[in-house]
Design a protein around this ligand. Structure first.
Ligand SMILES: C[S@@+](CC[C@H](N)C(=O)[O-])C[C@H]1O[C@@H](n2cnc3c(N)ncnc32)[C@H](O)[C@@H]1O
Length: 305
């Protein structure tokens, strides 16, 4: 019974009958569950219900999705990976130029600045998950002094081909949810603007935790839709309309336009930052934190104890 989130919600509401504040919290949590299939354990934690039978439901964790399925793009979570792979393979050759002007040439400097501030140092073994065309890795190379200790992982052969033309790192075809590396292997793990593309946050974060050495650091860079109404409107106008349109005009590529349209759609539907922090904590990380720049750029950090 408990593997159905709807049923779990009803049981919880029933059990908390008469406790108004708890009910309000539960309804809020239930909406999150319905939208993102958030972990049952998180909901129980938030409501702090002393219900012994339900606490046992902790073992039945419903994985947290980065965003709900987008029916116009892919029908089920199972078909998402193939869709995303095809999207980036097709758009790979335009990615660097589109991101360059789209973010007013701030991308390379910003990635390097973020890596520096969050403690990447020469000598670190770095894993860049979802390396794409290598924008995070090339920024890291400048800090590390060479690409010798950088491993770049991505499922898209098209994106990797562009990255390989730029730096002499180690390249691996693979997915965040199933990292082909030993336990306790890396000092630093980065993921730039790809959180929305994994199948479930829990799977990816558990893998990050596994491959990091004790004391190792995780840095996830992500663009986040502002929570205020004006910010959200401007964000939607630029990323939802202007950016895909200009991408089509400048590249004359429908594939590139689709890639940037999807960028907006996934940001719009993305789970809120609090849930990302929750999933990081659930994976075992400590010092879990989010820094926000301009209300737009999220820097999630966490440490493997
Ligand atoms: C928007 S690009 C980001 C590239 C680069 N990190 C950057 O900072 O610009 C997203 C990348 O995530 C990759 N990706 C998609 N699904 C993934 C997964 N499940 N695991 C790892 N990478 C994935 C895509 O192939 C693509 O190269």
């Amino acid at each position: 019974m408990l593997d159905n989130p709807l049923v779990v919600r009803e049981v919880l509401v029933f059990q908390s009958f008469g406790r108004l504040r708890e009910i309000a919290k539960i309804l809020h949590g239930a909406l999150e569950i319905l939208r993102y299939h958030a972990a049952v354990s998180s909901l129980l934690l938030r409501t702090r219900l002393p219900v012994r039978g339900l606490v046992e439901a902790n073992v039945l964790i419903i994985p947290m999705l980065p965003h709900p399925p987008l029916p116009a793009r892919f029908a089920t979570t199972e078909t998402k990976a193939a869709f995303v792979n095809q999207l980036f393979d097709a758009g790979a050759k335009h990615y660097d130029s589109v991101v360059d002007w789209g973010f007013l040439r701030s991308g390379a400097g910003y990635r390097r600045w973020a890596l520096q501030r969050h403690g990447l140092r020469p000598g670190h073994q770095l894993l860049d998950v979802a390396c794409g065309t290598g924008l995070v890795a090339t920024a890291a190379e400048k800090i590390l002094g060479s690409a010798e200790t950088i491993t770049c992982l991505d499922p898209s052969e098209g994106m990797l081909a562009v990255a390989k033309s730029k730096l002499a790192a180690r390249f691996v075809v693979g997915r965040a949810e199933q990292l082909p590396f030993p336990d306790n292997h890396f000092d630093f793990l980065t993921m730039g603007y790809a959180l929305r593309h994994v199948t479930t946050l829990d799977e990816a974060f558990q893998q990050y935790y596994r491959v990091l050495k004790p004391g190792g650091k995780l840095l996830i860079l992500e663009a986040t839709k502002p929570s205020g109404r004006v910010g959200a409107f401007l964000f939607k106008t630029y990323f939802g309309k202007i950016y895909p349109f200009l991408t089509q005009v400048f590249t004359r590529s429908r594939d590139a336009r689709e890639m940037m349209a999807y960028f907006w759609e996934t940001m719009d539907a993305c789970v809120r930052p609090a849930s990302v922090l929750e999933a990081l904590t659930a994976a075992g990380f400590t010092e879990v934190n989010r820094q926000s720049l301009l209300g737009l750029f999220s820097e999630y950090t966490a440490v493997k104890a």
